[in-house]
Design a protein. Structure first.
Ligand SMILES: [Zn+2]
Ligand SMILES: [Zn+2]
Length: 104
């Protein structure tokens, strides 16, 4: 059964054979060496394993400060900047990871 993990370098999802658990494996996308989590150990400590996580919406809505046009930026642009197609102004896309932090 393949293990699901994520490359720290290129952030791509990876599926690696379970024999690599706890070992290092080269990312097929960027060739970076990543450490595969050891499943046997995490099974005992992780309780929320099957808790479903809601998928984030595919696009981030952002408004142009200059012309007020609503733009839909792909998730990949979170934390980056895009150019408004109407007025060519540079807009900053909010980083969704920060939005997910619990509000206390
Ligand atoms: Zn990679
Ligand atoms: Zn604009």
């Amino acid at each position: 059964m393949p293990l699901k993990t994520k490359c720290n370098e290129c952030n791509k999802k990876l599926y690696v054979p379970s024999k690599f658990a706890g070992k290092k494996h080269a990312c097929p996308h960027c060739q970076a060496m990543i450490t595969i989590p050891d499943v046997k150990r995490s099974n005992q400590t992780t309780r929320q394993k099957f808790e479903p996580k809601p998928d984030p919406p595919p696009n981030i809505d952002v408004f142009c400060n200059r012309c007020q046009t609503q733009l839909s930026a792909p998730n990949d642009f979170a934390g980056r900047q895009i150019k408004c197609p109407k007025c060519q102004d540079i807009l900053s896309i909010p980083d969704r990871n920060q939005d997910n932090e619990p509000i206390s």
